[in-house]
Design a protein around this ligand. Structure first.
Ligand code: FES
Ligand SMILES: [Fe+2]
Length: 351
């Protein structure tokens, strides 16, 4: 039996910025470090490239005979198709047809291009800029010289981006999926945290229980979440034991309804010890999550799951996703309102 999805229409996701590749991936995708490189976002095949210092994203399909531009090559400010060598500029328009050097170039010889930006060492794409009211997600320690940041290699999970988001922010799974690594198996009852909506972000704080019997490297302390909708999580953890702060910035790219490419930035206050034990620990925690999350069926969020009050974070998240879905169908102003109207439950103050 096919279970109905909670979100019926995913087109609202096209209005957000999503990461599609690390800059390093693009640099390693070709000998000259410029691309082109194939990526996939919301079921669309795209090509990204560095054209004379400008990062561009276009549909990965040549208008001539539909070859993949990502199999072609970069020549200065142009991408050359691998099949007959037509060349396209950063605006997507064809600039040169080798078989017809004097022209004319048909006006339809144009590849659809999409907004593309580099930030935090990641390449971000927004498929639909018509509402123009979304920003690249907030990474709390970007440019902060007190912190050293590592951009992880992306990791792929066979699940939807919303499922990955819910897993990352799910307090009641810690005791079961991460006993003794991240959490104490006896601490199964999470608190009901106040959740604020500010600037298109969910903000909430979880003071994890003190004195838990967990791995020494585990970052048990005050967890502050700033989650830019729809798929970014900035988790700043202040460790009880020594007061140091570390930040996990996890953003899932919705490759398709059943596949995510996940990007992770890991930042710690300047330190003398090696990063590797900490990276290995993050990987261990994710390895504990992955089989459980990939086993959830269906991979999208269905409309028939049973929730209890302690599932507050995910039920509130689902509520907001649905509001954004509905508002996007009504138009720009409704979408802006749904994304930016403040809802404050906590006693925290915001600018
Ligand atoms: S298919 Fe691209 S140039 Fe012919
Ligand atoms: Fe987990």
């Amino acid at each position: 039996m096919q279970v109905k999805p909670l979100i019926k229409d995913n087109t609202f996701l096209r209005h957000f910025w999503h990461p599609v590749a690390t800059v390093q991936e693009l640099e390693q995708s070709s000998a000259d470090g410029l691309g082109p490189m194939a990526v996939r976002l919301l079921n669309e095949n795209l090509v990204v490239a560095n054209l004379n210092g400008e990062y561009v994203a276009m549909r990965d399909r040549c208008p001539h005979r539909s070859a993949k531009l990502s199999d072609g090559s970069v020549h200065g400010a142009e991408i050359q198709c691998p099949y007959h060598g037509w060349r396209y500029g950063a605006d997507g328009a064809c600039k040169h047809i080798p078989a017809l050097p004097e022209g004319p170039i048909p006006s339809k010889a144009k590849v659809e291009k999409f907004a593309c930006q580099e930030k935090y060492g990641l390449l971000w794409v927004r498929l639909d800029c018509s509402f123009d009211c979304t920003e690249i997600p907030h990474f709390s320690v970007a440019g902060d010289t007190k912190f050293k940041t590592i951009v992880h290699e992306p990791y792929w999970w066979k699940t939807s981006a919303a499922r990955r988001w819910e897993n990352f922010t799910d307090f009641s799974h810690f005791a079961f999926v991460h006993p003794k690594t991240l959490f104490d198996p006896n601490a199964a009852q999470p608190p009901l945290v106040p959740m604020d909506r500010v600037n298109g972000q969910f903000r909430f704080v979880y003071d994890t229980p003190r004195g838990m019997d967990v791995a020494k490297i585990s970052v048990i302390g005050k967890f502050s979440y700033t989650c830019s909708m729809p798929f970014a999580i900035n988790l700043s953890s202040e460790k009880y034991s020594d007061g140091t702060t570390s930040v996990l910035f996890n953003v899932s790219c919705p490759v398709s309804d059943t596949e995510t490419k996940n990007f992770l930035l890991f930042a710690r206050e300047k330190h003398d010890d090696s990063d590797w034990p900490h990276i290995a620990f993050n990987n261990l925690v994710f390895d504990e999550d992955q089989p459980v999350i990939e086993g959830e069926s269906p991979q999208y969020i269905p409309d028939d799951e049973v929730s209890v009050v302690t599932d507050k974070v995910s039920t509130q998240y689902r509520k907001w996703l649905r509001e954004l879905e509905t508002a996007a169908l009504e138009g720009k102003e409704a979408f802006k309102r749904a994304l930016h109207t403040r809802v404050i439950e906590s006693d925290r103050t915001y600018d």
